[in-house]
Write a protein that binds this ligand. Sequence first.
Ligand SMILES: Nc1nc2c(ncn2[C@@H]2O[C@H](COP(=O)(O)OP(=O)(O)OP(=O)(O)O)[C@@H](O)[C@H]2O)c(=O)[nH]1
Ligand SMILES: [Zn+2]
Length: 230
Amino acid sequence: MKTSTRGSAPSIAKEIRLSLIELKQIAQVKFPTRWTDFHLLAFEGTYTSPYNKEKCVQTALALIAGNLYRDAPVVRIHSQCATGDVFHSLRCDCHDQLHLALRTIAELGTGILLYEHQEGRGIGLMEKLKAYELQDQGFDTIEANLRLGHAIDHRDYQLPVDILCSLNIRRVRLMTNNPEKIRAVTLSGIHIVERLNAEVPIDPRCADYVATKREKLGHLSTQPTASVIN
Ligand SMILES: Nc1nc2c(ncn2[C@@H]2O[C@H](COP(=O)(O)OP(=O)(O)OP(=O)(O)O)[C@@H](O)[C@H]2O)c(=O)[nH]1
Ligand SMILES: [Zn+2]
């Protein structure tokens, strides 16, 4: 088991919500998929909050393909979405985004997908389902979170960023439309040489969800760069 300690990612203290105590690599396995053969590394990060000093443990998986050090690799930070990723729910675009990322990495031959476990933008599956109930009554994703007493988006990208730093990845092609992910990666000192569009063709049943991301959360939008395989 490999362990690295505090200080793996350069930090701008005011901007970073969590301080790393320890980053552990829990497992490393071969991980063949329909797209390509990945290596899967499992990580556990222990953090303290700079505000209340409480400890928290976060986990994430890194699916790695090819030689990450030949050029700036494609990096996708994908937030866990059991409803979309596992059940192919069309309430969101997560399933197709996950497939787009894995397929792109396979096609380019090099890249890393960081699958981080902040389900429901960090509120957990059960709370996300309660938020869905409110959305069924007409509230949007943001209003539903707020009515349940949660932040609009509870995620923190410190663990994925610390994993990139521990792997000594300093230049990336980041696949995302989320400005907060771009900010977190940039603040860590990792250079984003290119942003790859994470947009997928949108099913009408998640059009409102995607529109809310763009209109209220500032998600970037362009034309889809790739279609989705079924
Ligand atoms: N609270 C809440 N979380 C949701 C909802 N729908 C999807 N999610 C979660 O949102 C996360 C995915 O984030 P998105 O906002 O769709 O996209 P993103 O990852 O921020 O941005 P991209 O990198 O551009 O894909 C996952 O953790 C999902 O479980 C919802 O209605 N309410
Ligand atoms: Zn989803």
